[in-house]
Design a protein around this ligand. Structure first.
Ligand SMILES: Cc1ncc(COP(=O)(O)O)c(C=O)c1O
Length: 468
């Protein structure tokens, strides 16, 4: 297959203009601005239709197996050919020149800092999201009885370091029960956290979006709440890099751990961790929390970490210390930088509009065929949507409580229709048993035809499985 590697973007093209319009409509999730849902959807739908040629070129950047439509990016992405080439070239260069993995590629953080709206001393090329969550949580200072407010929909990547804190220091983990479906607004989630935070609460930990239902918890609003309550905010943003046009400073959080290998489509074993390293009067004026690192080969050997800054100028490159962990697999980080450059070239706002636009279309179709109550993901509050869509595909709604049936649905979607999706289980308020919903990820190599065909296939299969 001939892959077009010279993607050129002409601002005069109609496609560019309509994509921009759509991205403006979908600025909601991270900007905290509410957009009119109906107009957002109409604009996004027209952008997706008019932009077929443009997105066709983008699709040509990837080299996936023909005949399989991959829609499980929430688990892992797929590298563009130019990233594969960069990875290969770097591996060969290192072998040829007998290089070690001790270069900590601190320079390359400049690209990531530009891509994600922060400074190089605040961005770490980590191993993955779980690694970033461990760095965030375990590097802080904890006392017995300190409390973390979190949710019942967290991933093991965050749950594991929280469990360590509980066992090691006696930290109390308090979980809010997340509602699911389309009835919530962003304010509802803020209120849940606000009510749960008490005098012993030291931090809040939340996924945005949650991996189970694809609910984009409102990062900016929750970070603001954390600031008002004087606590640390830690966001498991595994799905943020590569899906959202995120500006980490603007989000106002203290830590955000993202994946490099999911929506950003970098190599496996890469993550993007943001660690606030200065006072940001406009976005987060709170003092920096004490932070002593966890895995590093860059701690002063006789002790005495430089004190954290109390103003807008950093006193120490904390991200460099976190990133410096002995000999590392340097080529994967070069691959990550390459993927970030590709995303910057396509335009992160356009990517956000495109991926979420397809997901919104999918949600509308699900609501039409199965009824809106089948959705576990929000659809109508633009601050809560993302490119993950989770729903109950069974025409008998009770069937979603059967793990084996849900597993069979996912397997048959691949075997009989060629779509890779996944299922995920979670508690649903009012239900004694977990639900095993299916989750679909819509990314750059998919288009509206794929989404329409996916809906037809899922409807067909759910009909077949209804009577069995
Ligand atoms: C919300 C969330 N957090 C953390 C992880 C773990 O990601 P990683 O494999 O990058 O550590 C995932 C993976 O699916 C996730 O969805």
């Amino acid at each position: 297959m001939q892959v077009d590697r010279s993607l050129e973007f002409d601002p005069n093209r109609r496609s560019f203009l309509s994509a921009l319009a759509a991205s403006a409509a979908f600025a909601g999730p991270l900007s905290g601005l509410a957009a009119s849902t109906a107009s957002a959807q109409a604009t996004a739908a027209s952008a997706l239709k008019d932009d077929a040629a443009f997105w066709g070129e983008v699709r040509g950047l990837f080299a996936q197996k023909p005949g399989v439509r991959y829609m499980n990016i929430g688990t892992a992405g797929s590298m563009p050919v130019e990233t594969l080439d960069a990875l290969d070239a770097e591996n060969r260069r290192m072998a040829r020149e007998s290089m070690s993995g001790y270069s900590n590629f601190l320079e390359q953080r400049k690209t990531l800092a530009r891509s994600f709206g922060c400074d190089p001393d605040e961005i770490v090329m980590s191993g993955n999201t779980s690694d970033g969550m461990c760095h965030s949580l375990l590097g802080l200072v904890w006392m017995p009885g300190d409390e973390i407010v979190t949710t019942n929909h967290e991933h093991g990547g965050g749950n594991v370091p929280m469990a360590i804190l509980q066992d090691r220091y006696g930290v109390v983990i308090k979980r809010v029960t997340l509602p699911v479906g389309n009835k919530q607004t962003a304010e509802d989630y803020v209120e849940l956290f606000s009510k749960a935070i008490g005098p012993r609460t030291k931090a809040m930990v939340f996924s945005a979006p949650t991996y189970k239902t694809g609910t984009m918890l409102p990062i900016k609003m929750l970070a603001k709440l954390a600031q008002e309550k004087g606590i640390v905010s830690i966001c498991d943003g595994a799905h943020v890099p590569g899906m959202f046009a995120a500006n980490f400073h603007d989000l106002g959080v203290d830590f955000l751990a993202g994946a490099g290998h999911k929506w950003q489509c970098g190599p496996l074993g890469t993550g993007i961790l943001y660690v606030r390293n200065k006072v940001l009067p406009q976005y987060n004026p709170r003092p920096l929390p004490a932070y002593y690192l966890v895995v590093t080969s860059s701690y002063p050997l006789t002790g005495g970490l430089p004190p954290r800054t109390t103003n807008e100028k950093e006193t120490d490159d904390i991200a460099a210390r976190i990133q410096s962990t002995g000999s590392r697999n340097a080529p994967v980080y070069m691959g990550l930088v390459k993927s970030c450059e590709t995303w910057d070239r396509i335009g992160r706002e356009k990517i956000q509009a495109y991926t979420i636009g397809m997901s919104q279309h999918l949600k509308e179709k699900i609501a039409e065929k199965w009824g809106v109550d089948a959705l576990y993901s929000p659809k109508d509050d633009p601050r809560l949507v993302c490119a993950l869509t989770a729903f109950n595909p069974f025409q008998n709604p009770e069937h979603v409580k059967e793990k084996a049936r849900s597993d069979a649905f996912v397997k048959r979607m691949l075997d009989e229709y060629g779509f890779v999706i996944r299922n995920v289980n979670f508690p649903v308020p009012g239900s004694q048993q977990d639900h095993y919903g299916v989750r679909v990820s819509t990314h750059l190599w998919s288009n509206m035809d794929d989404v329409n065909q996916l809906v037809d296939a899922m409807w067909d299969l759910s009909g077949k499985m209804n009577s069995v």
